[in-house]
Design a protein around this ligand. Structure first.
Ligand code: GLY
Ligand code: MN
Ligand code: MN
Length: 439
């Protein structure tokens, strides 16, 4: 499923409307990365670049020049060279780029040093994201210095550099209906993968066998890859937040924590479920699981337009700490425990993050030093968890090594939140029923 192509020109217009007069914005494609020796990682386009172009080739640079008479959207891209395309794949090429991508002008990337200084010259301000790629920063300075050397001939170098990320990332933070449609499809594919994993799990399997099933389900449905490395943690591995070794054998009595989501047309999904390998939660597992689930429901009550970013985390935390005191894992008064942060050895992360083209998506969490207000069309995760370290001697042995997280993806609406990942069950009864319904 692809995003509606009319989104790209709309985004470029929306961005250019926010740039100063007589300015230029320059956005490079993602660099390629070596994995080992002469093997590269699969290429993943830069999210900002793709957001504005829908173009996924490497060695490209997008240039936006608001008000330029000969066209505002200029693209530098790889030339079509038959001998190279035989090895590395088909390219659009500068000749076809205007028709295929809607740019006004396209030039070979090999000519950028000759052409781009001429486009920059005379502009007051350059918008670019500096500091993320030393190679691009160096190139940009090279183009500007080229103009500076010509000042005695009347050339005018730009006077200001301005970050583009703030403007662009505020746009990316609010999702359009078309974006939410793609994110819903990504969530549905990931939901199917989680349901299958629950139906397939058996003690004696290896974590990587579930990992393989997740990837298979993602790719069979048209996703190119997971949005981030899948976490499949059995038993105490569930207490390692970013566990990715996925190589342990699953034991009878283990809980399995799977945190996995596919990427679909550059949009991420991000789901966590925790379930018993043998189809039944133990009493301790069930007590902590129910507590995490209750905290997630409490959090979701605080997600709608007008609430603040911190409120759903605070609501989840209150439920978790109250429950931990009731179960005897923490001692003391709930507000004092929260104030002192004494819960952190069981709950060391926040209850969510923005979700979009990047799994930890762009966008500020605070505005003017205050937690920002939620707005319609923001997409975020809601992911409380509890992790009792295997060597935590402050709690009875029966609690140790239990790790639980429940994570869903939600869209902020006027009067509540819409759960994109609702297709994966999460009540104790539903989870046990699905795990016992072996495929
Ligand atoms: N999968 C990464 C996260 O949940 O934040
Ligand atoms: Mn997440
Ligand atoms: Mn996750």
């Amino acid at each position: 499923m692809k995003l509606d192509p009319s989104e790209y020109p709309r985004r470029r217009q929306q961005l250019m409307a926010q740039l100063n007069d007589n300015s230029i914005a320059i956005i490079p494609s993602s660099p390629t990365h070596v994995r080992n020796r002469d093997v590269e990682y699969l290429y993943r386009q830069d999210s900002d670049f793709y957001y504005l172009t829908g173009f996924d080739e490497e060695h490209a640079v997008l240039v936006l020049i608001p008000g330029r008479e000969h066209g505002e959207y200029v693209l530098f891209c790889q030339e079509k060279i038959k001998e190279q395309e035989i090895w590395t794949g088909r390219r659009v090429g500068p000749e076809a780029a205007p028709a295929v991508l809607g740019c006004d002008d396209a030039f070979p990337i090999t000519d950028i040093d000759d052409i781009l200084p001429g486009l920059i010259e005379g502009k007051d301000r350059i918008y670019a994201n500096l500091g993320t790629s030393p190679e691009f920063d160096g190139q940009l300075m090279g183009w500007v210095n080229h103009i500076r050397k010509q000042v005695r001939n009347g050339s005018q170098p730009p006077r200001e550099f301005c970050g583009l990320d703030h403007i662009l990332h505020e746009m990316r933070l609010i999702k359009s209906d078309a974006e939410i449609d793609v994110m819903q499809r990504a969530a549905d594919i990931s939901a199917e993968a989680h349901c299958r994993a629950m139906q397939l799990v058996k003690p004696g399997m290896y974590e990587y066998q579930l990992d393989a099933e997740l990837t298979r389900t993602f790719m069979a449905a048209g996703s190119r890859w997971p949005a981030y490395p899948s976490i499949v943690g059995a038993g105490e591995n569930a207490c390692i937040l970013h566990y990715t070794r996925n190589d342990a054998q699953i034991q009878d009595g283990d809980l399995i924590l799977i945190d996995a989501g596919c990427e679909l047309d550059f949009y991420a999904s991000d789901i966590t479920r925790t379930f018993p390998a043998n189809g039944r939660f133990s009493p301790e597992q069930k007590a902590l699981y129910q507590l995490v689930l209750d905290s997630q429901y409490a959090a979701m009550e605080h997600i709608y337009a007008g609430k603040h970013w911190n409120e759903f985390h605070d609501a989840a935390l209150k439920v978790l700490v109250t429950g931990l005191v009731e179960l005897g894992l923490l001692q003391g008064e709930v507000d004092a425990i929260i104030e002192a942060g004494d819960y952190r050895r069981f709950y060391m992360h926040k209850t969510g993050h923005w979700l979009g083209m990047d799994v930890h998506d762009v966008g500020e969490y605070r505005v003017d030093g205050q937690p920002r207000m939620l707005e319609c069309g923001m997409v975020l995760t809601v992911e409380p968890g509890l992790y009792v370290a295997p060597d935590d001697e402050t709690v009875e042995a029966r609690w140790r090594g239990i790790g639980i997280r429940i994570e869903d993806d939600v869209v902020v609406r006027e009067d509540g939140c819409e759960v994109l990942t609702r297709a994966v069950p999460k009540s104790v009864e539903e989870i046990e029923a699905l795990c016992q319904q072996q495929l």
